[in-house]
Design a protein around this ligand. Structure first.
Ligand code: SF4
Ligand code: SF4
Length: 163
Protein backbone atom coordinates (compact mmCIF):
# COMPACT_ATOMS: atom_id res chain seq x y z
CA UNK A 1 0.00 0.00 0.00
CA UNK A 2 2.71 2.51 1.00
CA UNK A 3 4.58 2.01 -2.30
CA UNK A 4 1.39 2.71 -4.21
CA UNK A 5 0.75 5.83 -2.11
CA UNK A 6 4.33 7.04 -2.68
CA UNK A 7 3.96 6.52 -6.44
CA UNK A 8 0.52 8.14 -6.67
CA UNK A 9 1.64 11.69 -7.59
CA UNK A 10 3.62 10.30 -10.55
CA UNK A 11 0.92 7.82 -11.56
CA UNK A 12 -1.70 10.57 -11.42
CA UNK A 13 0.50 12.92 -13.44
CA UNK A 14 0.97 10.25 -16.12
CA UNK A 15 -2.79 9.71 -16.29
CA UNK A 16 -3.75 13.39 -16.09
CA UNK A 17 -4.40 14.07 -19.79
CA UNK A 18 -6.26 10.81 -20.25
CA UNK A 19 -8.38 11.49 -17.15
CA UNK A 20 -9.10 15.05 -18.19
CA UNK A 21 -10.29 13.90 -21.63
CA UNK A 22 -12.43 11.23 -20.00
CA UNK A 23 -14.13 13.70 -17.65
CA UNK A 24 -14.65 16.28 -20.41
CA UNK A 25 -16.43 13.61 -22.42
CA UNK A 26 -18.37 12.43 -19.35
CA UNK A 27 -19.72 15.95 -18.80
CA UNK A 28 -20.93 16.15 -22.40
CA UNK A 29 -22.41 12.67 -22.44
CA UNK A 30 -23.32 11.57 -18.92
CA UNK A 31 -24.74 8.05 -18.54
CA UNK A 32 -28.22 8.16 -17.02
CA UNK A 33 -27.19 5.69 -14.33
CA UNK A 34 -23.93 7.43 -13.36
CA UNK A 35 -25.02 7.88 -9.71
CA UNK A 36 -25.66 4.14 -9.49
CA UNK A 37 -22.37 3.25 -11.19
CA UNK A 38 -20.44 5.49 -8.79
CA UNK A 39 -22.17 4.02 -5.76
CA UNK A 40 -21.19 0.52 -6.89
CA UNK A 41 -17.59 1.42 -7.75
CA UNK A 42 -17.18 3.30 -4.47
CA UNK A 43 -18.50 0.42 -2.37
CA UNK A 44 -16.40 -2.18 -4.20
CA UNK A 45 -13.24 -0.10 -3.82
CA UNK A 46 -13.72 0.57 -0.12
CA UNK A 47 -14.27 -3.11 0.53
CA UNK A 48 -10.67 -3.57 -0.68
CA UNK A 49 -9.09 -0.38 0.63
CA UNK A 50 -8.58 0.11 4.35
CA UNK A 51 -8.32 3.82 5.15
CA UNK A 52 -6.61 2.97 8.44
CA UNK A 53 -3.67 1.58 6.47
CA UNK A 54 -3.49 4.79 4.44
CA UNK A 55 -4.58 8.12 6.00
CA UNK A 56 -2.84 9.88 3.13
CA UNK A 57 -5.61 12.49 2.91
CA UNK A 58 -5.13 13.39 6.59
CA UNK A 59 -1.34 13.39 6.20
CA UNK A 60 -0.96 15.44 3.05
CA UNK A 61 -3.98 17.66 2.63
CA UNK A 62 -6.76 18.80 4.84
CA UNK A 63 -10.46 19.50 4.70
CA UNK A 64 -12.21 22.83 4.52
CA UNK A 65 -13.88 23.63 7.83
CA UNK A 66 -17.37 25.08 7.44
CA UNK A 67 -18.92 27.28 10.14
CA UNK A 68 -20.99 24.29 11.24
CA UNK A 69 -17.85 22.11 11.48
CA UNK A 70 -16.11 24.77 13.57
CA UNK A 71 -19.09 25.15 15.87
CA UNK A 72 -19.39 21.37 16.41
CA UNK A 73 -15.68 20.68 16.91
CA UNK A 74 -15.14 23.69 19.22
CA UNK A 75 -18.03 22.48 21.36
CA UNK A 76 -16.39 19.03 21.50
CA UNK A 77 -13.20 20.63 22.87
CA UNK A 78 -15.17 23.04 25.09
CA UNK A 79 -13.52 25.92 23.30
CA UNK A 80 -14.99 29.07 21.86
CA UNK A 81 -15.04 28.90 18.03
CA UNK A 82 -12.51 31.74 17.87
CA UNK A 83 -10.16 29.91 20.25
CA UNK A 84 -10.39 26.76 18.12
CA UNK A 85 -9.72 28.76 14.96
CA UNK A 86 -6.64 30.47 16.35
CA UNK A 87 -5.25 27.19 17.67
CA UNK A 88 -5.77 24.99 14.60
CA UNK A 89 -6.94 26.86 11.52
CA UNK A 90 -5.92 29.50 9.02
CA UNK A 91 -7.76 31.16 6.19
CA UNK A 92 -6.65 30.19 2.69
CA UNK A 93 -6.53 32.25 -0.51
CA UNK A 94 -10.21 31.54 -1.14
CA UNK A 95 -11.24 32.68 2.35
CA UNK A 96 -11.94 29.16 3.54
CA UNK A 97 -10.79 27.84 6.88
CA UNK A 98 -8.21 25.05 6.51
CA UNK A 99 -5.71 23.33 8.79
CA UNK A 100 -2.65 25.32 9.86
CA UNK A 101 -0.45 22.28 9.33
CA UNK A 102 -0.45 18.80 7.84
CA UNK A 103 -0.48 16.00 8.91
CA UNK A 104 -3.73 16.97 10.57
CA UNK A 105 -3.35 17.66 14.30
CA UNK A 106 -6.23 15.24 14.97
CA UNK A 107 -4.61 12.26 13.28
CA UNK A 108 -3.32 9.68 15.77
CA UNK A 109 -0.22 7.55 15.28
CA UNK A 110 -2.39 4.52 14.47
CA UNK A 111 -4.13 6.52 11.70
CA UNK A 112 -7.33 6.93 13.71
CA UNK A 113 -9.03 10.31 13.71
CA UNK A 114 -9.21 11.56 17.30
CA UNK A 115 -12.32 13.64 16.49
CA UNK A 116 -13.96 11.03 14.25
CA UNK A 117 -17.49 11.55 15.63
CA UNK A 118 -17.37 15.29 15.03
CA UNK A 119 -14.93 15.46 12.11
CA UNK A 120 -15.50 17.98 9.32
CA UNK A 121 -18.13 17.07 6.75
CA UNK A 122 -15.47 17.19 4.02
CA UNK A 123 -13.51 14.45 5.83
CA UNK A 124 -16.53 12.19 6.11
CA UNK A 125 -17.29 12.64 2.42
CA UNK A 126 -13.73 12.36 1.04
CA UNK A 127 -12.89 11.31 -1.72
CA UNK A 128 -16.48 12.15 -2.79
CA UNK A 129 -16.59 9.24 -5.24
CA UNK A 130 -20.11 8.26 -4.15
CA UNK A 131 -21.63 11.70 -4.47
CA UNK A 132 -24.43 12.39 -6.90
CA UNK A 133 -23.63 14.08 -10.24
CA UNK A 134 -20.02 13.02 -9.87
CA UNK A 135 -19.16 14.53 -13.28
CA UNK A 136 -19.59 17.99 -11.73
CA UNK A 137 -16.57 17.63 -9.47
CA UNK A 138 -14.11 16.44 -12.10
CA UNK A 139 -11.53 19.17 -11.35
CA UNK A 140 -11.46 18.16 -7.71
CA UNK A 141 -11.26 14.47 -8.65
CA UNK A 142 -8.33 15.14 -11.00
CA UNK A 143 -6.49 16.45 -7.92
CA UNK A 144 -7.73 13.77 -5.54
CA UNK A 145 -6.39 10.88 -7.64
CA UNK A 146 -2.89 12.11 -6.75
CA UNK A 147 -3.69 11.87 -3.01
CA UNK A 148 -6.13 9.02 -2.59
CA UNK A 149 -5.33 5.50 -3.83
CA UNK A 150 -9.03 4.59 -3.70
CA UNK A 151 -10.02 7.56 -5.87
CA UNK A 152 -7.24 6.64 -8.32
CA UNK A 153 -8.54 3.07 -8.60
CA UNK A 154 -12.15 4.19 -8.92
CA UNK A 155 -11.34 6.51 -11.82
CA UNK A 156 -9.39 3.70 -13.52
CA UNK A 157 -12.43 1.43 -13.15
CA UNK A 158 -14.75 4.15 -14.45
CA UNK A 159 -12.68 4.44 -17.63
CA UNK A 160 -13.00 0.68 -18.22
CA UNK A 161 -16.77 0.71 -17.60
CA UNK A 162 -17.87 3.90 -19.35
CA UNK A 163 -16.68 4.03 -22.95
S1 SF4 B 1 -9.96 8.34 1.76
FE1 SF4 B 1 -8.34 7.78 0.33
S2 SF4 B 1 -6.51 8.94 0.97
FE2 SF4 B 1 -7.98 8.97 2.64
S3 SF4 B 1 -7.38 7.28 3.93
FE3 SF4 B 1 -8.97 6.50 2.57
S4 SF4 B 1 -7.87 5.65 0.82
FE4 SF4 B 1 -6.43 6.94 1.93
S1 SF4 C 1 -10.11 15.72 11.13
FE1 SF4 C 1 -9.76 13.53 11.23
S2 SF4 C 1 -10.45 12.73 9.25
FE2 SF4 C 1 -10.19 14.94 9.03
S3 SF4 C 1 -8.10 15.25 8.25
FE3 SF4 C 1 -8.01 15.36 10.49
S4 SF4 C 1 -7.53 13.28 11.17
FE4 SF4 C 1 -8.26 13.15 9.04
Amino acid sequence: MQDFINNLPKLAKDKHNENKKFFDKLKKKTPKNLDYIMQELHEQEFERTDCLKCANCCKTTGPLFTDKDIERISKHFKLKPQQFISQYLRMDEENDYVLQNVPCAFLSADNYCSIYEVRPKACSEFPHTDRKKFQQISNLTLKNVAICPAAFNIVEEMKKLIK
